[in-house]
Design a protein around this ligand. Structure first.
Ligand code: FPP
Ligand code: MG
Length: 323
């Protein structure tokens, strides 16, 4: 049997060998389904540039763990979640005025800010349409709720910009919405596609939400504590934009607050010398344990093992990128 791995995490997941390429093909089909070639060019380019496809791996492995097999609806669910995610990043890059993502120029840099709004909207609309037509009204409604959560999480971040007194809990609430919600809905859709009962669905929702938090806290830590070389993108972006993230807020001191008004590189140097990295990793080790513990009782299977191992595997993968 051919095998594949959850990209970049080094976990071998034979059950997903055939399903991940199907998700990829479905993402491409949806992203290039405009009657306007220029929309297809930009939407197709950003989705083809990939990413870790962690949300897809979670959705597919969850479906297999609950239902024994990957269903067509699970493949479509993964593709819809990835397209929504990519669309939200098109808007995020516009808000960040970012020039590059996943090694390719952002839509705002290559085509302009107005078109970036439109391309992101197109991806969002297509994902919603396909979810309603090919999965179910339930799935489309859950995805729409998640999009609203993403927007609210992002708005909360904007409201707290440049606030050195931002509470760590406020950052947590924002990332639970802007990132946790999409991980959560992916796991809920997996349960839906597997015809899981209510209690199992609730546990899967908790697993997904918790995994999303872990993912975003590590993303925020790497922005403060990794290097451009290791990460493949510039670091210190959050600081430069005035986004004071959870890892930084947990170790905030009057001295650090004073530094925030000055050169971001000095803040980066100071936090790397201090307790931030170890503090955040300790928090994430506990969060990874809690994430795995949130899983429902599942029949013994390779996919269930993968779901249990994935939070710590992701933490280890991210830790290796710290400078
Ligand atoms: C990336 O986070 C951004 C998000 C997870 C959410 C962005 C949400 C919106 C722009 C709301 C609009 C949503 C839709 C669906 C159209 P980050 O900036 O911390 O990560 P990065 O380092 O990858 O930029
Ligand atoms: Mg960003």
């Amino acid at each position: 049997m051919s095998t594949t791995t959850a990209p970049t995490l080094g976990l071998t997941i034979p059950a997903l060998a055939h399903a991940l390429p199907r998700v990829e093909a479905e993402i491409h089909r949806m992203a290039t389904s405009s009657s306007l070639p220029i929309v297809n060019e930009f939407s197709g380019r950003i989705t083809a540039a990939g990413g870790k496809r962690l949300r897809s791996v979670l959705i597919l492995a969850s479906t297999v763990a609950m239902a024994g097999d990957v269903t067509d609806r699970a493949v479509t669910s993964a593709a819809c979640v990835e397209l929504l995610h990519a669309g939200s990043l098109v808007h995020d890059d516009l808000m960040d005025d970012a020039a590059e993502r996943r090694g390719v120029p952002t839509v705002n840099a290559a085509w302009g800010p107005g078109p970036a709004v439109l391309v992101g909207d197109f991806m969002l609309a297509r994902a919603s349409q396909v979810a309603l037509r090919d999965i179910s009204p339930f799935a489309a409604e859950r995805l729409a709720e998640a999009v609203a959560d993403l927007v609210e999480g992002q708005v909360m971040e904007v409201l707290d910009l440049h606030d050195p007194n931002r509470a760590p809990e406020s950052a947590l609430r924002s990332i639970a919405l802007k990132t946790g919600a999409l991980f959560r809905v992916g796991c809920v859709l997996a349960a839906h596609c597997a015809d899981a009962d209510e209690a199992t669905t609730a546990r899967m929702a908790e697993y997904g939400a918790s995994f999303g938090l872990l993912f975003q806290i590590l993303d925020d830590l790497l922005d403060l504590a990794s290097t451009r070389l290791r990460l493949g993108k510039p670091v210190g972006n959050d600081l430069r934009q005035g986004v004071y993230t959870f890892p930084l807020l947990r170790v905030m001191t009057p001295d650090l607050k004073a530094l925030l008004a000055g050169d971001p590189d000095e803040v980066l140097a100071a936090v790397r010398r201090g307790p931030m990295v170890e503090d955040t990793l300790a928090y994430c080790r506990d969060l990874a344990r809690r994430t795995a513990a949130a899983l429902p009782e599942l029949p013994a299977s390779e996919s269930a093992d993968v779901l249990r191992a994935l939070p710590s595997a992701y933490l280890n993968w991210a830790s290796a990128l710290i400078a």
